[in-house]
Ligand binder design. Sequence first.
Ligand SMILES: O=C(CO)[C@@H](O)[C@H](O)CF
Length: 490
Amino acid sequence: MAERAARHCCLGWDFSTQQVKVVAVDAELSVFYEDSVHFDRDLVEFGTQGGVHVHKDGLTVTSPVLMWVQALDIILEKMKASGFDFSQVLALSGAGQQHGSVYWKTGASQVLTSLSPDLPLREQLQACFSISNCPVWMDSSTAAQCRQLEAAVGGAQALSLLTGSRAYERFTGNQIAKIYQQNPEAYSHTERISLVSSFAASLFLGSYSPVDYSDGSGMNLLQIQDKVWSQACLGACAPRLEEKLGRPVPSCSIVGAISSYFVQRYGFPPECKVVAFTGDNPASLAGMRLEEGDIAVSLGTSDTLFLWLQEPTPALEGHIFCNPVDPQHYMALLCFKNGSLMREKIRDESASGSWSKFSKALQSTGMGNSGNLGFYFDVMEITPEIIGRHRFTAENHEVSAFPQDVEIRALIEGQFMAKKIHAEALGYRVMPKTKILATGGASHNRDILQVLADVFGAPVYVIDTANSACVGSAYRAFHGPSLLCLVSIY
Ligand SMILES: O=C(CO)[C@@H](O)[C@H](O)CF
């Protein structure tokens, strides 16, 4: 067989809700290899749906940590079987679903540092976790712990100013508080708590990887200005928590070289660097190559806004995270639950289920909709917490219906104006160089994008973000060493 040309590269990993995915990116930043392991399809013994278990209370949502471990075994074996040349990997980084947490049992670090290259990870890490079903971002069972945390630091806005967000049920500090309160024995037998991102990095490192500033901003525990754990928040959640978390590090940090396990079992070069893993959304921001003043709008089931900010003003809506690319800057995330399902409902009601009729309605109505304004929340909205449909005429009279064309423009203008208003509340300002990067289903409709451009007064570009978290992680793997962001973590 012809010798494969040597092709130095970096790997970008994504330990997401439904799968583990990897891409290999070469020095020209081209993706030349990708693979994935889908939890529901390829690891059926764990019995997950959408990669998770929703518990009987309808609020608790977890994922088995050994499913994530075994998925890594499988994907590396698939890469090996495909002939992937691991010896060309200069560095790797990755992403994990945000807010999820992993609980390493006392003594696990000795196992992690002395893995036998003759055995898969799953077999060797079987007894290394004090909690086998990890809370993940879809969990909403910690309302009591959220209230306790906000009370401990002076209220929701005070917590937002300190950590970038008010208390959210999915945020890790509240999840740790629940585990300490409801399973104190497991908590006492836990020597290290990782995020999904730093857990994945730990597997490659063969030792505990620190939490990075950006994903650490999704815990309600990290002071986002000083980039240190808030003692008030730690104390409100659980005792001796700081020693279990370790010291957070800049997201561009090289946290070490790859473990000898991967060198001997797969042929990685011993000098392959591991750059701190981060959250999926921060990694996507890097993957979309967002710059200051840019906005990324993901128009999917829920609409998500990514913003690059220099001087954030944390609020009661949305989240401010430390920026994964520039440690002096920040990023903001705004989630709007009434996204494409709301657009499809109005399409069905006011455009006979046809996107071309929907577009014609936008073409036949003018910018500003003659002063008619609408807000449409058929499910409880996250930003802000409200439900129902609310329509107002130019004379500021609330009405129960609009003509079909007016209804369609009111929906789209209302959705995008809400995004702009909440973005500005977090400190965002449109700049002359602002680009809007649109992705997701609705980004295929030019007439919807035209309204987006009109509302923000900025050009809109459509991008494909299918692998943005992975690709962003591979970029960060290249970027880390160039910044020589070496942090001694030993
Ligand atoms: O909770 C979220 C962000 O705050 C989600 O986007 C998760 O990161 C998805 F994994």
